[in-house]
Design a protein around this ligand. Sequence first.
Ligand code: C2E
Ligand code: CA
Ligand code: CA
Length: 720
Amino acid sequence: MAKRQASKTRKPAGKKPLARSRRATDAPAPGPRGPTGGNWTHHLVDSAPYLVCLCEGGAVTYLNETGKRWLKLRSAKSAVGRPFRDFVHRRDREALADLMDGAGGDERRATLRLARGKNGFFDAKITVKPLDGGRRDAFMVQAHDITALQAEQEARRRVEENLNLAGQVISNLNDGVLILDARRRVTAVNPAFTRITRYEERDLVGKPPPFRRVLGENRAQYARMWKTIEREGRWEGEYWTKTKEGEDYAERLSVSTITDDDGEVSQYATVINDITERKQDEERIRYQANYDELTGLPNRSLFLDRLNQTLAAASRNRDKVGLMFIDLDGFKLVNDTLGHDIGDLLLQEAAERLKHCVRATDTVARLGGDEFTVVMPRLHDPRVAPLVAQRILDSLAQTFQLNGHETFVSASVGITVYPEDATEVSDLLRNADGAMYQAKERGKANYQFFTDELNRELQERMVIKNGLAKAMDQGELALHYQPKMNLESGAVTGVEALMRWDSEELGSMAPNRFIPVLEETGMVIEIGEWAIRTACAQHRKWRDRGLPPVRVAVNLSTRQLHEISFVSVFERALKENGIGADGLEIEITENMLMSDAAGTVAALHALHDLGIHVTMDDFGTGYSSLSVLKRFPIDSIKIDGSFVADIATSADDAEIIRTIITMGKTLNREVVAEGVENQKQVDLLREYRCDQIQGYFICPPVPAQEITEFLMEKIAPPKG
Ligand code: C2E
Ligand code: CA
Ligand code: CA
C-alpha cells in the first residue's frame, strides 16, 4: 500500500501535471481517474505527510494542503504566484538560492527554516528537484518538518523503551508467558514458562504450544478453544497436565490475541499459572465434603445426591431401586471395651466387606457412626434385595481380626423398594430406617422388609410426634397413681405415678406407645420434668389434706439421667412444694445404667444423697448383675411383671422370683413384685417373703382424685 501511494505521489511531479499545475489550486490536479470518479491522485498529494510545492522562475505554482497548513496560510491558492523564498527565513534565503541555482539536473537537500505564519519558523529538511529534464527554473520542493520528525523519533524511542520495559517485566513475571505468531507457532517464551513446564526455549520456538497436546487429546476442546479466541479475542481454562518430564501439575491458561493497526491478528499472548496447590485444595475440600474420612465411602451428603439422581433416572426408565439401611449390632460394646482405635478399624473393615457384597453400580455409603446404607439402582427383581442383605449379614458375621483382637459383630438391615413402598426420598429414608429398627427389635442379626404394618406404625408415630408437641400446653397429659402395699402389714407404702395422654386424635394412650417418641425427639426432658413437679405437687396436696407422707414414685427415662441439670430439677421440685426428699422415689431400669456409667453413677448418688428413694424397675429383664446392684445406690428392687404373671404356672419363673427375693434380702434391699393380679400370686409371694406388692389385685393406676379417696380411706389417721 505504502508503495503504491508513493508511486502516485510522483505523478504530479511529472511534466504534464506541471504544465497544468498553475491552475492546480482551482482545478483538480491531473491524474488518472479513480473508480469513484474523483481525482484521487490530487487527494493523495494533498494529504501527503510533507509539504509539496512546485515553483517556476522562483514563484509558487502549486502548494499542497499539508504545505498550506504548515505555512499557516488561509488557502493554498494564496501562495500561488508568490516567490517561494518569501516562506524561507531571511537568513536562509541565500542557502535556498544556492539549492535552486546549483540544482542542475540533481536533487539537492538542505535544512532551512520555513515560516510558520507571520512570526514563527520551523526547521525543515528541504529537497529540491529540478523538473522537466533539467529546465533551470522549474523545481519541485518537498519539505519535511524536522521538529515533527524529532517528535516522531522521540515517540518511537519511547515505544521502544516501553517494549523493552514490557520485555523486562515479562521476563520477571511469575506467570509463564508464551507468544505465538499468527500461525500459532511459538515465537517467544519467558523464564517462568520454562520453570513451570520444564520446556526450554529451544524446545518451544517455532513449534505449536505444548498445551496443544493436552487440550488436543480432546480435539473438540482444542478446536472450541480457538473458535472462542477468534470470536471473543480471548480464552481461559484450567486443567491437569504434565511437565516435559512427565510430572503432573494443574495449569490455568489464558490466551488473548494481539492485533496490528489494521485489526489483523498478528500474535497471541498466552499466560499460564501453576495452580496445582489450589486445585489440590479444591479437590481435598470436595473430597471432604463428599466422602467419609475414615472409610473412604461416600458420606451422607453424597449418598443423598446419588439417591436423588438414582430415583430421577428410575422414574424416567421405570426402574425399581432398592434402599438398605445397615446398623452394626454390638459396635458400641467394641468401642467401649476395646477403644476407639479398634472401633475405627472395625468400621473400616466393615466398609470393605460391604463393598464386596454389592454390585459395582450400587452405592455403599456411611451415614455416620455404625450406620451404613446401600443404594441399589435398576433392581429388576425386588427379591434380589434380601439376597444381598443376607450376603451382608453373613459377611459381617465373620470374625474381625483387629490388631490382634478377635471381635464379632452382627448387623440389622432394613430394606425398602422404590416405587412400591414410596416414591419420595424422605419417605424411603424413613421406611428403611423403620425396617432397620424392626430388625433390631426382632433380635438383631437379621433383615426386615418395609411392610404395610410397619408403615402404619410409622404413620402413627408421626401423628404421635405432632400431637405430643402440643399435648402439654393443651393439658392432655396427666399422671395416674397406683399404690404399693406391704405384703405383711397390708399398709400402703407409697404410690407410683404413671403417665397418661388423652390425645385429641388418638384417644387415651398408655405410655408404651408415646414414651419412645418422647425419647426420640428429646421432649422427654421437658415432659419428664413436668411429671416430677406434678408428682411433688400432688404429694403436697395430700399433706394439705392431712394425710401422712405418701412416697410418690416417678419413672425416669435414660435421656433424663444424662441431662446435666437433672439433679437440680429434683431439688427445685421438692423446694417449690415444700416437701422432703423422703416423699419422692425414682424408678429406673437396669438398661438405663448400662450406658455412660460414670455420669449416671454420679447423678444417682447425688439424688440418693438428697434422700430420694431409688428403685430398680423391671428387674430380671435386662443385663443386670449383682455388681450393678452393688455399684449403684439402689434401695429397692422391683421384680418385672412378666415373672409374676407366670409365677403359678412356670416353675422357672417361680424360681427366678425366689432367687431375686433371696438376693434382695442378702443385699438388704427391699423387694417389690409388680403386676400382681390374683390371690394365688399373692400367696406365693408371701411364701417367698416378698416385701411389697403392686398390681390390679390391689388397685389399678387411677387418676389423682380417685387415689386420693383411696388413700383417705386406707391411711388417713382416724379423726379425733
Ligand atoms: P412400668 O414402670 O413397669 O409400669 C408398670 C406398668 O404395668 C404400667 O403400665 C401399669 O399400668 C401396668 N400395671 C399395673 N398393674 C398391673 C397389673 O396388675 N397387671 C398388668 N398386666 N399391668 C399392670 P403403663 O402405665 O402402661 O406404663 C408402661 C410403662 O411406661 C411403665 O412401665 C414405665 O416404664 C413407662 N412410664 C409410665 N409413666 C412414665 C413416666 O412418667 N415417665 C417415664 N419415663 N416412663 C413412664
Ligand atoms: Ca415403674
Ligand atoms: Ca415395671
